[in-house]
Structure formats: structure tokens, C-alpha cells
Design a protein around this ligand. Structure first.
Ligand code: G
Ligand code: G
Ligand code: MN
Length: 402
């Protein structure tokens, strides 16, 4: 066993086949990277691995296999970057990568045995450079972010609602074929007096846990209506999409309340798309179908959000009157490099076309992704490549400059 000189971003090779391990070590050495070999997975679990290290992990090992190693490290909150190696077919590697990511583990690459030296060297070189960069970036982060001091309490959130600290941003959606504006998604932000702008992930789960989503959504609707009026006053013809959460599709009187609110504000329900996730439709199917059907009859469009991540997607599509399918950004982000993601996107588009629904790709963050999705026949693009979410006045200006 050799000890790495570079103690920062250590590289561990965990493979029961010592010939294979030595070969990888020799390959890394050609680009002056030191590695540490473990041929026993049990011994490896005693190593002082940390989040900045790299673990080249063989999936198939006698004592504990690669999947068990990842599970045990995840349970200890140890999150190095993994490069998974296996003699199995690529679907096993792909699935192992997905499994790891579901446990918040970072799999940077996978390698099918036998692999070429050049392939291995390219991957290890890039991974090592990325790890060093990540380490440096983290050293330079302000202390409060490093300590994850941004978590808010439910009391703070209730106060924020009373003090109207929530704001909404618009993220544009454009047609792939014409490049013209199609609509905009309303995304909530919390303008916290001390912590700055907080993103939904930092408070929506909290609101859901404490059954505060009805109040929160009411506030977001009020804000959306107010801002949308400003948008209309600027003579922009645009639809807006509003996210609903599970707790919003429980109330049988919701369609009437929403219709009343819009009528009062002189807004046509035909201009509103309601986005609902599949998981929001898990409970009381009859109630949610009752609500969704009446929303449609009142003129609202319905979008199934984060499609492909929930359960019984096909049943939900079959039962509910959705007009639009939003392909989850997980698939979009990986689509260029990952053939399996592309296969799933193709099926989503085919399915949506058959059911006369529009398709929206969310997470279009590069030119490559945009071109790829357009070539697959997707109808609408949303993502940072088009534009980031922005406040109303910026949004209006952005559209005028299109
Ligand atoms: O805003 P971001 O851009 O980070 O949004 C993260 C997630 O938070 C989105 O995928 C969306 O599902 C959720 N979200 C954003 N705004 C709202 C909102 O107004 N209501 C609900 N229920 N969810 C929202
Ligand atoms: O509710 P929904 O999942 O549709 O919300 C869209 C989410 O996707 C928001 O969190 C938004 O910030 C995020 N998003 C929008 N564009 C991009 C992008 O280009 N890349 C990534 N990673 N996320 C994006
Ligand atoms: Mn959404």
C-alpha cells in the first residue's frame, strides 16, 4: 500500500483484484497523481475518507460490494466523489449511479471494464482538478453559507407571511420552433431581512410539513395577480404558470375560490397554467380528479410538473385532464450525455403528442441542451440558457428586448 503525498483530494482505489488496482495506480502515476489501494472493502471502510477525496470503486467485491460501501459511507455522511467501475453491463453502472445520487452521493463518472488507459487518465485528471477547485471555492465561501446557517424556522416563515416578505420572480418560457415567448413560470422567493433572498427549497418543505401551504399559496396568488396586472399593463401577451402543492389540491372549493379571485381582478383563467406534481396527486384520487376537472372546465390549463419523477405517472396522465407535460429537469440536464435520459424524454414527447399535450423542458441551461431538445421535438423551453427567473420589471424589459 502506498501513501499519497497530496493529502488534499486523496484518491482511493478500492478493488479486490490487485492486478487491476495496480494497473489503475500506474495509470494515475503517469500524470503524477498518487493513489492509495485497498483490495479489502472492509479495510477501506476504516480509511479517513472525506468529502474532498475521490474513490474509484469496483462494484463487485467479495466482502462488501460497491453498493454496500456507498450505503455505509452515506449513512456516515461521508460524501467523496465516486468513480464507479464494473465488469457488468452499462445499465448496472447507470443504475448504481442513480442509486448513489438518490443518497446525495456524487458519482462523477462510471467505467466499464475493460477500459482504455486514455479514458481512465482523462477521467481521473478532470475529477482531481474539479475536486481541488471545489475545495478552494469552499474555503472562500462566507462563513454563514459554509455553516448552512440559512435554515429558517416555521415561526420566522409565519412572520414573513404577515410581513409580506415573499416576492415572486418570472422565468420566461419560449417556443423551440419560433423562438417566441410562450409564457412565464411564477417562482416564489423569500426576501429575508437578514439572510437575503431565500430559494423555495429553503422554505417550501417547511411550509408543507407544517400545513402552511394553503396560506403560502394564497399569498403567492395575490402577488402573482398583482405582478401579472403590471405585465398586462405593459401590453405583453403572455400566459403565466403557477405551482400548486399537494395541500392545495385537497380543498374541493378551491376551483370556485380561484375563479372568484380572478374574476374580481379581471383576469381570464385561460391565461393561467396551474402546475401540479405527480406526487401531489397521490392521495384521494377522486378528490383531486374532481378539483382538476372543474379547474379545466373553468378555463385553466393544467401542467403535470416534474414528470417522470413521481409514481404511477401513466395512470395520472390517463385519469387527469392535463394540457401540458413538464419533463423533469433531471432528465433534461443529463440528456446530452446520457442516452437513457434521452430515451425517456423521447417517450415523454411521444406520449404528450398522442394525448394532445404540450411538452415543456425545464432546466435548459446550455445551447447543447436546447438544440438537443429541439431536435427531439419538444415544444417549449425553460431554463437559464433562455433566461434566469427575474423580478417583474426586469422580465418586462427582457421581453421587450427579445
Ligand atoms: O425557484 P426554484 O427556482 O429554485 O424553485 C424550486 C422549486 O420550488 C420548483 O421546482 C417549484 O416546484 C417550487 N416552487 C417555486 N415556487 C413555488 C410556488 O410558488 N409554489 C409552490 N408550491 N412551489 C414553488
Ligand atoms: O417547479 P419547477 O420544477 O418547474 O421549477 C423550475 C425549477 O427549475 C426552478 O427551481 C428553477 O430555478 C430551476 N431551473 C430553471 N432553469 C434552470 C436551469 O437552467 N438549470 C437548472 N439546474 N435549474 C433550472
Ligand atoms: Mn414548476
Amino acid at each position: 500500500m502506498s501513501t499519497p503525498e497530496n493529502s488534499l483530494c486523496k484518491i482511493y482505489i478500492v478493488d479486490d483484484d490487485d492486478q487491476q488496482a495496480n494497473l489503475m495506480q500506474a495509470m494515475a502515476k503517469t500524470i503524477k497523481l498518487e493513489t492509495e489501494i485497498y483490495t479489502s472493502s472492509i479495510e477501506f471502510l476504516k480509511a479517513p475518507v472525506n468529502a474532498h477525496d475521490i474513490v474509484i470503486l469496483d462494484l463487485q467485491m467479495p466482502e462488501k460490494d460497491g453498493i454496500e460501501i456507498m450505503r455505509e459511507l452515506a449513512s456516515l455522511n461521508i460524501t467523496p466523489s465516486f468513480i464507479l467501475v464494473s465488469g457488468f453491463d452499462e445499465r448496472v453502472l447507470h443504475s448504481a449511479k442513480q442509486l448513489a445520487e438518490s443518497k446525495q452521493l456524487n458519482v462523477v463518472s462510471t467505467l466499464s471494464k475493460p477500459f482504455k488507459a486514455k479514458e481512465f487518465i482523462t477521467i481521473i485528471k478532470k475529477t482531481h482538478a474539479d475536486c481541488l477547485e471545489k475545495y478552494e471555492q469552499e474555503q472562500n465561501k462566507p462563513l454563514d453559507i459554509k455553516n448552512n446557517n440559512n435554515a429558517a424556522s416555521i415561526e420566522e416563515l409565519k412572520l414573513a407571511l404577515r410581513k409580506h416578505q415573499l416576492v415572486i420572480y418570472f422565468q420566461p418560457q419560449v417556443c423551440f420552433n419560433t423562438g417566441k415567448l410562450h409564457g412565464a413560470e411564477v417562482l416564489v422567493r423569500w426576501q429575508h431581512p437578514e439572510k437575503g433572498i431565500l430559494l423555495p427549497d429553503q422554505f417550501i418543505p417547511l411550509a408543507e410539513k407544517h400545513e402552511l401551504m394553503n396560506l403560502l399559496t394564497e399569498e403567492i396568488l395575490m402577488l402573482a395577480i398583482k405582478e401579472y396586472k403590471t405585465v398586462i399593463a405593459s401590453e405583453l401577451d403572455v400566459k403565466i404558470s403557477i405551482n400548486l402543492s399537494a395541500q392545495n389540491v385537497n380543498d374541493l372549493s378551491m376551483p370556485e375560490k380561484l375563479e372568484g379571485l380572478l374574476k374580481y381582478n379581471n383576469i381570464d383563467p385561460n391565461a393561467i397554467v396551474l402546475e401540479i406534481t405527480e406526487s401531489a396527486l397521490m392521495h384521494k384520487v377522486s378528490d383531486s380528479l374532481d378539483i382538476l376537472n372543474r379547474l379545466r372546465m373553468k378555463g385553466f390549463s393544467l401542467s403535470i410538473d416534474e414528470f417522470g419523477t413521481g409514481y404511477s405517472s401513466l395512470v395520472k396522465l390517463y385519469q387527469a385532464p392535463f394540457t401540458e407535460l413538464k419533463i423533469d429537469k433531471h432528465f433534461i440536464l443529463s440528456s446530452v450525455a446520457d442516452q437513457d435520459s434521452t430515451a425517456i424524454i423521447k417517450i415523454c414527447i411521444l406520449l404528450a403528442n398522442e394525448l394532445k399535450m404540450k411538452t415543456v423542458a425545464e432546466g435548459v441551461e446550455s445551447k447543447e441542451i436546447s438544440e438537443h431538445l429541439q431536435s427531439l421535438g419538444c415544444s417549449i423551453a425553460q431554463g437559464n440558457y433562455i433566461a434566469k427567473p427575474m423580478p417583474t420589471d426586469e422580465f418586462i424589459q427582457w421581453v421587450k428586448n427579445m
